[in-house]
Design a protein around this ligand. Structure first.
Ligand SMILES: Cc1cc2nc3c(=O)[nH]c(=O)nc-3n(C[C@H](O)[C@H](O)[C@H](O)COP(=O)(O)OP(=O)(O)OC[C@H]3O[C@@H](n4cnc5c(N)ncnc54)[C@H](O)[C@@H]3O)c2cc1C
Length: 72
């Protein structure tokens, strides 16, 4: 399989950061850049459904939810 090496992700928001763990896990050198020198967090919280938690678990960002586990 041909892989891009290295990779550049333009934009360090949630989408850009979510795009990095899987290629990094596959050995691709990923750099994230952002045009905003004051880059930081917006808002006060985030609501994640079970599907999002599963993907974050697969990416190694959070512990993978276990069958029957409930998150409130
Ligand atoms: C005031 C406010 C409060 C919010 N509060 C919440 C909340 O509490 N909970 C919640 O879940 N959501 C909240 N949201 C929504 C949430 O911020 C967005 O849904 C989310 O940021 C979208 O992520 P994204 O990665 O798609 O885009 P963005 O977060 O917009 O990220 C895109 C990034 O790309 C960068 N960029 C753009 N063009 C270029 C370029 N040419 N070169 C380099 N970098 C570039 C930008 O600087 C930006 O950092 C809020 C939004 C706002 C505006």
């Amino acid at each position: 399989m041909t892989a891009v090496q290295p990779a550049l992700v333009v934009g360090g928001g949630p989408a850009g950061n979510a795009a990095t763990p899987f290629p990094r896990r596959d050995g691709i050198d990923v750099t994230v850049i952002d045009a905003d020198p004051g880059w930081g967090a917006l808002g006060s919280g985030i609501t994640l459904g079970g599907n999002a938690l599963r993907v974050l678990g697969q990416a190694g960002v959070t512990p993978a939810p276990q069958p029957g586990e409930h998150h409130d």
